[in-house]
Design a protein around this ligand. Structure first.
Ligand code: HAM
Length: 432
């Protein structure tokens, strides 16, 4: 047993799995650029207040899962690791006066989030999100743009059966009446509520609706539905979102019980699921509109909408649905040599090849040529560059390892020669 292990609920990401991560992060970054979302980086920790006010005090994320840091400043600032990026991004939007930029401000951020949750499959204490936010547009067209972007990402990542579950949870005009009605509904059934839900009932009845407690399932199914009680403006907005999604051909399923686990949402709320994995009750992504959040954190009233897509859960889903793992980029050439002690010569040649854009490494051990060649083949390198006596006349051996052929090449032509052979190898002899 090792003395130290990664903390519970966290994982080391190792090769070759990291190749999938690199690919997904690149895909997310490329899509964000294509859709006009620009990168923002916010700190991994913020004043705890940002999350308490932003995400909401009566939420699992703040009540139970916040990684609070021990206070250590003279002026008594209290920090927490970010459980999600939206509150921090909105804090930055206000701090940097982004309301004076052309609206909406489209932003994207990818990175680790921290929730002190009970660890289990697909639920980690450190996990990665790809986040998208559009701040300053009341919708409904942009709501559809963002939902379509999410579905495209999953599809391009190789996940076929994605379902968008969609709801509107109203706004400050219609939601209070609804919440009052919901509170009455649960109060009348108080004896059937688990203790934690009884406790939450008077503080935020909406949270009971997305309770994961099995004892709540039947009660929640029969609870009053917000969609039947939307004010006219919210109903119109929701109809607009659906019309735009229909026009884009994005399928969705209306889910009147979907309220999301964060307090900042207004109107549009959605989650992404893999069809066939619903039993796990784990969304692989989710988001929605937060028209009150900028004001709540001290800015001028400004609408916003976004999503967070869990990269860890996406990778689990890809593995479960049998999607192919991307191959790791291979080492193209390994520089070996007949003089085991001549590490300088091998390192210099590999450095020159890398400067010319070729993925190369030098064998820096002090073993015999035969052993160096064996190691290069085990690495699945395409070429071994062999530094031998011919180096005195400016030539090296170039061995095509899979083909078993070898020739002498002037050192000055080496990079070009490898590139040419690689291109033939990649595209087939006829097209190069
Ligand atoms: P969220 O639904 O709390 O939303 O998280 C988004 C996604 O992050 C989830 O659907 C899931 O894939 C992943 N996730 C959450 N918790 C964990 C965990 N413990 N382990 C692994 N994956 C997890 C938000 O965070 C909002 N900020 C989304 C948003 C952006 N809304 C508007 N803009």
């Amino acid at each position: 047993m090792p003395t130290y292990r990664a903390p519970r609920g966290t994982r080391d990401l190792l090769p070759p799995e990291t190749a999938t991560w690199t690919l997904l992060e690149r895909l997310a970054a490329d899509l964000a650029t294509r859709y006009g979302y620009r990168r923002i980086e916010t700190p991994l920790f913020e004043l705890t207040d940002v999350f308490e006010r932003g995400v909401g005090e009566v939420t699992d994320i703040v009540e139970k899962e916040l990684f609070r840091l021990a206070p250590r400043t003279e002026d008594g600032e209290v920090w927490a690791l970010r459980p999600e990026p939206t509150a921090g991004i909105v804090r930055a939007y206000i701090q940097h006066g982004m309301q004076t930029w052309p609206q909406p401000v489209r932003l994207t951020e990818t990175g680790p989030m921290f929730r002190y949750d009970r660890p289990q499959a697909g639920r980690y204490r450190q996990f990665w999100q790809w986040d998208i936010e559009a701040i300053g547009d009341p919708g409904p067209a942009i709501d559809a743009e963002i939902i379509e972007l999410g579905t495209r990402f999953y599809r391009d990542a190789g996940l076929r059966d994605i379902e968008v579950r969609l709801n509107s949870i109203g706004d400050l005009v219609c939601r209070p009446t609804y919440v009052a009605e919901l509170t009455d509904y649960y109060r009348a059934r108080r004896d059937a509520l688990p203790a934690t839900e009884q406790d939450r009932l008077e503080r935020n009845a909406l949270r009971l609706l997305d309770s994961k407690d099995p004892a709540m399932a039947a009660l929640n199914a029969a609870a009053p539905r917000i969609t039947d009680r939307l004010c006219e403006a919210c109903a119109d907005h929701f109809a607009g979102v659906l019309a735009h999604l229909d026009a884009l051909g994005v399928p969705y399923r209306l889910e009147p019980g979907l309220v999301r686990g964060l307090d900042y949402y207004t109107r549009t709320a959605f989650e992404f699921y893999v069809i066939g994995r619903e039993g796990q009750q784990q969304a692989i992504g989710g988001g929605g509109r937060y028209d009150g959040l900028v004001e709540l954190l001290g800015g001028r009233p400004t609408p916003g909408i976004g999503f967070g897509i869990g990269i860890d859960r996406l990778i689990l889903a890809l593995a479960e649905t049998g999607a192919a793992e991307p191959p790791e980029p291979p080492t193209v050439a390994v520089v070996v040599g007949s003089d085991p002690a001549d590490t300088t010569g091998r390192l210099r040649l590999a450095t020159d090849l890398r400067a010319a854009g070729i993925a190369a490494r030098a064998d820096l051990g002090h073993r015999k040529l035969g052993k160096q060649l064996e190691a290069a083949a085990r690495d699945h390198a395409h070429f071994a560059v062999i530094l031998g006596d011919e180096a005195a006349s400016g030539e090296v051996g170039l061995r095509d390892l899979p083909a078993g052929t070898q020739k002498l090449v002037p050192i000055g032509d080496l990079a070009r020669e490898i590139e040419r052979a690689e291109a033939i190898h990649r595209h087939g002899a006829g097209t190069a």
